[in-house]
Design a protein around this ligand. Structure first.
Ligand code: FES
Length: 113
């Protein structure tokens, strides 16, 4: 499922800084899970699917693991991704990246562009 332009993801003031949240959508049989990250003024959105083996980023309890205030860590096998770019910074996905979605900021909120 591809997110539609204008899809609301989060209010900026609900994003941990630095940190990330997972936002899930369902439409009929289709599912879409997006990770919204923030580090300082940089906010980004990525498909919540690790390029290594396709697992979601968060732990089973829903928590997202952030390392050194800079990296999002896939809890399946420990790959880490830069919060700003989604580029793999270590682990079993070197050279790969999370699929990034363009966003726009409007009214203190984050939307798919
Ligand atoms: S699925 Fe993410 S590190 Fe393996």
């Amino acid at each position: 499922m591809t997110p539609k332009p204008g899809l609301f993801l989060a209010r900026v003031d609900t994003l941990p800084n630095p940190g990330a949240i997972v936002v899930d959508f369902a439409e009929g049989e289709s599912r879409l899970s997006i990770v919204v990250t923030r580090r300082g003024d940089v906010i980004a959105a990525f498909r919540n699917r690790c390029p290594h083996a396709g697992y979601p980023m968060e732990r089973p309890d829903g928590r997202v693991v952030i390392q050194e205030g800079r990296f999002l860590v896939c809890t399946a096998h420990g790959a880490s991704f830069a919060l700003e770019s989604g580029d793999c910074a270590g682990g079993p996905c070197n050279g790969e990246a999370l699929e990034r979605f363009a966003i726009e900021l409007r009214d203190e909120s984050v939307f798919i562009a």
